[in-house]
Design a protein around this ligand. Sequence first.
Ligand code: ATR
Length: 275
Amino acid sequence: MTARPDQYAVMGNPIGHSKSPRIHSLFAAQTHQFMEYRAIQVEPGGLAAAIAAFRADGGCGLNITVPFKQDAWVYADILSARAERAGAVNTLLFRDSGEAFGDNTDGVGLLRDLGVNHSIELTGKAILLLGAGGAARGILQPLLAAAPATLVIANRTPDKAAELALMFGDLGSVFGCGFNELAGRRFEVIIHATAAGLNDRLPPLPDDVLTPGGCCYDLMYGDRPTAFVRWGREHGAAEVLDGLGMLVEQAAEAFYLWRGVRPETPPVIARLRGQ
Ligand code: ATR
């Protein structure tokens, strides 16, 4: 009888266009891991049942994506410190003891893409984070751990930005505001984490909010340049990045948690970009 490969998957909705199965199969081939990784679409409210079925079938670990990261946070028996803070889980590991360990590798993925892949220094910089939803919350702890001079969260609903700033205020200099309060201010790094990009739109930004030669990073990615990537190119950014690198880096961190082996990410990023 042939042994069955270890089973992993990503759960989300929609999930049809997820790049995670391709990323993890490239990692598995590169590191010679005997495993399979697939995408599973889950209906709203159905995460716990879907996970139970996956575990009953011998599943070893999961990635969790939109809109289930908060549900996965509730589901996990034990949380990493970074997942606890993020209020969201994107990686589950099912331990032999029967416990589900929940982690969040989004923030470390972003930091690794910025720092290691693109040599972008955050320490001492003025950073602007656009958006105060789940995606923004997931990256705040690692951003503040990089010790920026200041981090301003700007959001359509200013109260949500203020609330998030208060929640993370013990970790560094962080303030919340509305987009209209950005007038006259400049930032060296701007990170876009609103859902406006889903409709190829942008929050209203002053034309001079980016320091000339600064960096723009969009957590989103697409086959075409995103609205924020286009904005960065038109507004004097020296470096404009989309979220594909972060996607691969968060996947690598999850893979490491599951398999104990760290894959090389640059060749995988290059493959996904069709280079
Ligand atoms: P996610 O997990 O993608 O962050 P979310 O938690 O629903 O999703 O948060 C969506 C974020 O995008 C919020 O910051 C939201 O602003 P509000 O808090 O004011 O709702 C922001 N957002 C969504 N659509 C937007 C738009 N058209 N313009 C600006 N911001 C938008």
